[in-house]
Design a protein around this ligand. Structure first.
Ligand code: PGA
Length: 264
């Protein structure tokens, strides 16, 4: 019986062609041995690869997720993909990733509508929140986390909150590519403090029980050598991995570390 349920999400961002994505899945399948007791692994390839990978994937080992969806179900929204369109292909959706917020200008209000759209279609949103370096140096971290959570979660019911996973993404600790080991990494106690504050906000919005139970992932950079330490941070139950999820050796080591941690 697993001690702790952990969630490891790989966000492949705008990397890999469909055939490269298929090859990465093939390699991950070889490297990561099931059963993954106590660990759920969600792969979020580029949208184009989701349908072909859904035919290739071993659903007992891996789940699929989207990196983003639109908040409306259908209509004249050129270039967008709705939760309704992917509901049979994926189980999870990353919502409000810092790149969506900062590069594509997504507001907290839009993000809350995306969270609601996911829940309407039985998809599990992974709601990302986190401060930039300037916000952190200005002592604004708690306020940013509070505001992003309060607005991001404002359209959902107490029942739905348990379908939502939160990800703490310190924006200053996210790589801009595949240089997963080559920039600032937060100290474990910085992650712990942020996660504790996020739970406090959930408690204010809902109750203590919900705040204790909600999953919070660490979504800044990580790599295999740091995984064990970060998984032991109180209040953290997994990762949203970017660059390192494109490297099958790194990602499988992260998943294996989670397996040991969940069952150890
Ligand atoms: P990174 O990205 O692991 O490449 O730093 C993390 C993220 O974007 O969540």
């Amino acid at each position: 019986m697993a001690a702790k349920k952990l969630l490891i999400v790989g966000n492949w961002k705008m990397h890999l062609t469909v055939s490269e994505a298929s090859l990465l899945l093939h390699r991950l399948n070889e490297k990561i041995k099931g059963p993954l007791d106590g660990v759920e692994v969600v792969l979020c390839p580029p949208a184009l690869a989701v349908q072909p990978l859904s035919l290739q994937i071993d659903h007992k080992k891996f789940s699929l997720g989207m990196q983003n969806v639109y908040h409306q179900d259908e209509g004249a929204f050129t270039g967008e993909i709705s939760a309704a369109q992917v509901r049979d292909l994926v189980t999870h959706v990353i919502v409000g990733h810092s790149e969506r917020r900062h590069i594509f200008g997504e507001s907290d209000e839009l993000i809350s509508q995306k969270v609601a759209a996911c829940l309407r279609h039985n998809l599990k949103p992974i709601l990302c929140v986190g401060e930039t370096l300037v916000e952190r140096s200005d002592g604004e971290t708690k306020r940013v986390l509070h505001d992003q959570l309060v607005t991001g979660l404002n359209l959902i019911t107490a029942e739905d909150i348990m379908q939502v996973t939160l990800a703490y993404e310190p924006v200053w600790a996210i790589s801009s590519g595949t240089d997963f080991a080559d920039h600032a990494m937060p100290k474990p106690d910085e992650i712990e403090q942020a996660a504790a504050h996020m739970r406090k906000v959930v408690e204010q919005l809902h109750d203590k029980k919900t705040a204790k139970a909600v999953h919070i992932l660490y979504g800044g950079s990580t790599h295999a050598d740091l995984a064990k330490g970060y998984l032991r941070v109180p209040g953290i139950s997994g990762f949203l991995v970017g660059g390192a999820s494109l490297n099958y050796d790194q990602f499988s080591r992260i998943v294996n570390a989670a397996k040991e941690e969940a069952n150890g």
